[in-house]
Design a protein around this ligand. Structure first.
Ligand SMILES: Cc1cc2nc3c(=O)[nH]c(=O)nc-3n(C[C@H](O)[C@H](O)[C@H](O)COP(=O)(O)OP(=O)(O)OC[C@H]3O[C@@H](n4cnc5c(N)ncnc54)[C@H](O)[C@@H]3O)c2cc1C
Ligand code: FES
Length: 281
């Protein structure tokens, strides 16, 4: 957290920008003050408030892993006012970042287990951070499986990394697009994520396995029953919530669901915790 206070942003220089899809970009942000960059530490699963000066703030997870130091990355979709302004910026320009906020994926508790990552659409950014984190510590984990789906081939984000992960002998990657979203040369699966997961299930271990599910609410809703059918316990299924936030630090009451503040108690929750919430998330 910024030494000067929890609401004071770090100044971040946009180092480079990758166009993931026509409306999704990944930005690498370097700390304008190198000393602050060296001191900055976060853990996978955490998020921050990114500010475009004169426009406002928006909430994104930190999409890079804590194992890669000196910069952070965010991936965002152009949605409204702030994200549109952010999308208009160029390398070399400066934005604000305050954080890290929120809880973490408890990857140390997952050591010696199999990991199953299931993501849909733009929700791959929080997953990308945790996937790179465990791949950078690969020998601590057993089988790693990634199931990722998007509406169409054009909507798949992190295409270069999906190719890299798929090329590794120590990772199993299943990509899928919705029926009708395939191109002529598409070599992945065709079908919705929960269906593809169900089909792949015989090859996926459910004992000693932790599942992480990030995606649109409808995907999450249909994926949980498949995991439950496969024998996953609610405590072994993790997801992240993206409720609208303002302060990010448990002070404004904007983000609460039942007894939980998503910004402070989350954004990472287990299915066991979600079952304990009113169904408004
Ligand atoms: C913990 C957390 C992590 C997030 N991580 C990412 C990320 O990595 N990448 C990313 O692209 N987005 C992420 N989001 C969502 C992101 O915060 C919003 O899309 C963004 O703030 C919109 O800002 P805006 O000013 O451009 O849009 P606004 O002008 O504020 O809104 C534009 C439209 O988007 C809707 N909207 C805005 N925020 C949300 C939200 N949180 N949930 C649902 N609808 C919303 C509005 O209702 C409106 O219809 C995350 C949100 C949270 C809470
Ligand atoms: S965003 Fe203010 S309390 Fe959570």
């Amino acid at each position: 957290m910024s030494m000067a206070g929890i609401f004071k942003p770090y100044l971040m220089k946009i180092e480079h920008i990758i166009d993931e899809t026509p409306d999704v970009k990944t930005m690498r942000l370097a700390f304008a003050d190198e000393q602050e960059g060296r001191n900055f530490a976060f853990r996978t699963g955490q998020f921050g408030e990114y500010s475009v000066f004169g426009e406002g703030e928006c909430t994104f997870c930190i999409a890079s892993p804590p194992t890669r130091r000196g910069y952070i990355e965010c991936t965002f979709r152009k949605m409204g006012r702030v994200t549109s302004s952010l999308a208009g910026l160029e390398p070399g320009e400066t934005i604000g970042f305050r954080g890290p906020y929120g809880n973490i994926f408890p990857i140390h508790e997952w050591e010696k287990k199999n990991l199953l990552f299931i993501a849909g659409g733009i929700a791959l950014p929080p997953m990308r951070s945790v996937i790179w984190n465990v791949l950078d510590l690969r020998d601590r984990y057993k089988d790693i499986t990634i199931v990722y789906g998007a509406r169409t081939v054009a909507d798949l984000v992190y295409k270069r990394e999906l190719t890299e992960w798929a090329g590794r002998a120590d990772v199993k990657v299943i990509t899928t697009v919705d029926p009708g979203g395939e191109t002529e040369d598409w070599k992945g699966e065709i079908g919705f994520v929960p269906t593809v997961l169900d089909k792949a299930a015989p090859a996926i271990a459910s004992r000693d396995t932790v599942a992480v599910v990030c995606g649109p609410p409808v995907m999450i809703k249909f994926t949980f029953p498949v995991l439950t059918k496969l024998g996953f316990k609610p405590e072994a299924i993790f997801t992240t919530l993206e409720n609208r936030m303002k302060c990010g630090v448990g002070k404004c009451g904007r983000c609460n669901v039942g007894k939980y503040f998503v910004c402070k108690d989350g954004p990472v929750f287990t299915l066991a915790q979600l079952k304990d919430m009113p169904q408004e998330y």
